[in-house]
Design a protein around this ligand. Structure first.
Ligand SMILES: O=P(O)(O)O[C@H]1O[C@H](CO)[C@@H](O)[C@H]1O
Length: 309
């Protein structure tokens, strides 16, 4: 497992990175109020900001940022004004994942930069597999809670020395997902005439990846009370909560998690027992394709929510 404790040098880098960006932006763009993280296949969210006032930085050029290595994650930070209310916004077009070999400090580094720049609200988007019959592919989940499987084993972005300048040693997560923002998400969906039931409150299970779940793991996750499962989102959310940023999580259900049980309990009925194999395995290309096909809905939703803020 990669080390999770950063060096002092990395901690100083928060200020260096924030200054680097501030110096290259107009005063209006250098104080974003909203940050958006674009999940797999959802990079098109960057089109919600006007081309005319967009300023972009590749992750490679920003001090302290690591690189995006996953297909469907472009690897750039975009600043601009979003929606009718011209909200100063920063978008992470592509996120970092634990399974890329990065430690949780590296993955969550941008969140504290956003805090230093003045961000008050974080909208995290992502792709996830559905653990429930009633969550269809293409549905959108508004996160109401999460279960961090790595967290149970001590894998937490707040492990190691606390940074009191950002928040306390011990952080309560019981009210992580802002109620008012969740209400705004549903109001926005109603305004956009989304099919009733296609947007639902959801509990996100964070699994480390990069392997998708075995059938037994899927059944276990379902039994924990989770609705959807993905390999990201939670580390960024924990760090945002630690430093007092309001959080909205929006998840696109890109696939159903494979978990079918045998159709017959009769051990002599081989044909029915073999039905255990009747679902196709999930793959990342399918995840991205679904994201791209629903990009317009996600874009409209995020834009309308921001207009309600
Ligand atoms: O959470 P995002 O990055 O949106 O993507 C999800 O899709 C990828 C797997 O297909 C994993 O990265 C998983 O977390």
């Amino acid at each position: 497992m990669p080390p999770q404790v950063s060096t002092d040098e990395t901690d100083e880098l928060f200020t260096v990175a924030a200054d680097y960006l501030r110096k290259r932006l107009t005063p209006e763009l250098s104080q974003p109020k909203v940050a958006i993280i674009c999940g797999s296949g959802l990079g098109g969210l960057v089109d919600t900001i006007e081309e005319t006032d967009k300023v972009e930085f590749s992750y490679e050029e920003i001090p302290g940022f690591v690189s995006s290595t996953v297909p469907g994650h472009a690897g750039k930070l975009a600043f601009g004004l979003l929606g009718k209310n011209k909200m100063p916004t920063v978008l992470m077009v592509g996120r970092f994942h634990f399974y890329e070999g990065y430690n949780l400090k590296q993955i969550t580094f941008p969140i504290r930069i956003f805090k230093l720049l003045g961000v008050e609200t974080l909208i995290v988007t992502g792709a996830a597999g559905s653990l429930r019959e009633e969550f269809e592919t293409g549905d959108i989940g508004v996160l109401s809670d999460h279960i961090s499987i790595p967290g149970f084993c001590g894998v937490n972005p707040l492990s190691g020395p606390n940074l009191p300048a950002f928040g306390p040693r011990f952080t309560a997560l019981s009210d992580t997902y802002d109620y008012e923002l969740r209400v705004k998400a549903f109001k926005a969906a109603q305004k956009l005439n989304f099919t009733p039931g296609s947007i639902k409150e959801s509990i996100y299970c964070f699994a480390g990846g990069p392997t998708y779940e075995t059938r037994a793991e899927a059944r276990f996750l379902k039994s924990t009370g989770g609705d959807v499962v993905g390999m990201s989102t939670v580390p960024e959310i924990i760090v945002a909560k630690h430093c007092g940023i309001k959080i909205l999580g929006l998840i696109l259900v890109t696939n159903k998690v494979v978990e079918k049980k045998p159709k017959s309990a009769d051990p002599m009925n081989y044909q029915q027992m073999m039905n255990y194999q009747d679902q196709e395995p999930v793959n990342h290309e399918e995840v991205i394709a679904l994201g791209v096909s629903k990009a317009k809905d996600m874009k409209n939703l995020v834009k309308t929510i921001i207009e309600l803020i």
